[in-house]
Design a protein around this ligand. Structure first.
Ligand code: HPA
Ligand code: MG
Length: 221
């Protein structure tokens, strides 16, 4: 083949996408002045997630699967994705029996990734042995976190590992790590909302937005 078909299946947001004016959508008043624009409206995230659920069902359906949700930012995407897979299991000829587990990774302070990556709650993942595993992540940028996590999970010898990432950021130093299921490929902006945080703020925002410079200053630690 001349091209990788999957490449053309990416929902790509170009560098020149300015986002939507904040006046066009509702968002909590406590964040006024802290945001630049609505980058991906909540409804669009939901629609894309519905399609990802179908793709996952097509690939993994009818086999027991362990969903491994990467906290904290992954909780909303994971919950919505699992919800849509459940709907497909109820309403189609295929089912995807799932158990859901949680691990926590932490590496960001302000908008910078720190070197030391902590995996919390992943000491014993022996329940993954021989299972199909679906890792659910909110965002992949350098891929460092994902690479570390994959190595860790592989050590427990699952039958298959798939990764679903809501967002993949186009960064210059990507380690070549690309999830099997990608919601959106986005430019190198720091985004918040839909459980993505800036120092724990903005998780309570339903759209994915770009944070403003004054927002960064206000919540800096
Ligand atoms: N927003 C929030 N958390 C993140 C981001 C981002 O753009 N990139 C990596 N972690
Ligand atoms: Mg974070």
């Amino acid at each position: 083949m001349y091209f990788d078909l999957n490449y053309y299946m990416i929902c790509k947001i170009n560098d020149d996408w300015p986002g939507y004016s904040l006046d066009l959508f509702n968002y909590p008043k406590h964040y006024s002045g802290d945001l630049e624009c609505v980058y991906i409206p909540h409804g669009v995230i939901m629609d894309r997630t519905e399609r990802l659920a179908r793709n996952i069902m097509d690939d993994l359906g009818d086999h027991d699967t362990v969903v491994l949700c990467v906290l904290k930012a992954g909780y909303q995407f994971c919950a919505d994705l699992v919800e849509r897979i459940k709907a497909l299991s109820r309403n189609s000829d295929h089912t995807l029996p799932m158990s859901v587990n949680f691990i926590r990774l932490k590496s960001y302070v302000n908008d910078q990734s720190t070197e030391d990556l902590h995996i919390i709650g992943a000491e014993d993942l022996s329940f993954l042995t021989g299972k199909n595993v679906l890792i659910v992540e909110a965002i992949v940028d350098t891929g460092k976190t994902m690479t570390t996590l994959l190595k860790h999970v592989e050590a427990f010898r699952p039958k298959m590992i798939k990764v679903a990432g809501l967002l993949v950021k186009r960064v210059p130093n990507n380690s070549g790590c690309f999830p099997d299921y990608v919601g959106f490929e986005i430019p190198n902006h720091f985004v918040v909302g839909y459980a993505l945080d800036y120092n724990e703020y903005f998780r309570d925002l339903n759209h994915i937005c770009v944070i403003s410079e004054s927002g960064k200053l206000k919540y800096k630690v």
